[in-house]
Unconditional design. Structure first.
Ligand SMILES: [Fe+2]
Length: 213
């Protein structure tokens, strides 16, 4: 049984650490592993923000159940479709067949292309809001940070932003998820490597394709 990691009273981290993969995207070395980050916003309606790599679906489900027990999930918000975020979507749908998947137009196109999912989807646009009860989700489109469908989700009342890969890093999360629970300095080199190889280079490609090829 897992002890839920609380971010706030109603927001929980249910992501996982991957200490076995050697190369991220089969290209970038992972000397300190990597984490796949997912969160639950628990309210009258419950939302799950992103999923994890498919290799960790079982562990992911056990972590979700440690927070929700037998309670269902109303919404899955897909901020990013890269498989380290979206890989467990099919698994999740098989366990929660009534879950509604929230994404933008490009997300839903990719959802169909990647996983053949077209039912129970909700399309959102920039600045759209969705009420869960006492919490409100706001959606902001952030294309090419670092894929075309990328968006961010902000919980207004909790002042919490789920920022997809924008402020990501390589390295596992060992023992906590907040800066106050970790040693941010330990991640400095991996943050720079992540930004320069994963986020920055593709941002440059989107704006200067003739220069970066
Ligand atoms: Fe990504």
């Amino acid at each position: 049984m897992y002890k839920p990691i609380e971010v706030t009273d109603d927001i929980f981290y249910v992501g996982v650490n991957d200490r076995t993969k050697h190369l991220f995207e089969s290209l970038w070395p992972l000397p300190q592993g990597v984490s796949y980050n997912s969160y639950i916003v628990r309210d009258k309606k419950t939302a799950l923000i992103d999923t994890v790599d498919i290799c960790y679906s079982d562990l992911f489900m056990r972590k979700i159940r440690s927070v929700l027990g037998d309670t269902g999930i109303d919404y899955l918000v897909v901020n990013h479709m890269e498989p380290d975020h979206s890989g467990s979507i099919e698994f999740l749908v098989s366990r929660y067949p009534n879950i509604q998947i929230v994404g933008n137009k490009r997300t839903l196109e990719m959802l169909k292309g990647f996983y053949g999912i077209t039912d129970n989807v909700i399309e959102v646009k920039d600045s759209d809001e969705m009420s869960l009860g006492k919490y409100t989700l706001q959606f902001y489109m952030t294309p090419m940070v670092h894929w075309p469908e990328t968006m961010m989700t902000y919980v207004k009342e909790a002042k919490t932003l789920f920022s997809a890969d924008a402020f990501g890093t390589f390295g596992t999360l060992d023992g906590g998820v907040l800066d106050t629970q970790l040693c941010p300095e330990r991640y400095r080199d991996e943050m720079i490597r992540y930004y320069s190889n994963i986020v920055g280079i593709r941002f440059a490609c989107a704006n200067c394709p003739e220069k970066t090829g």
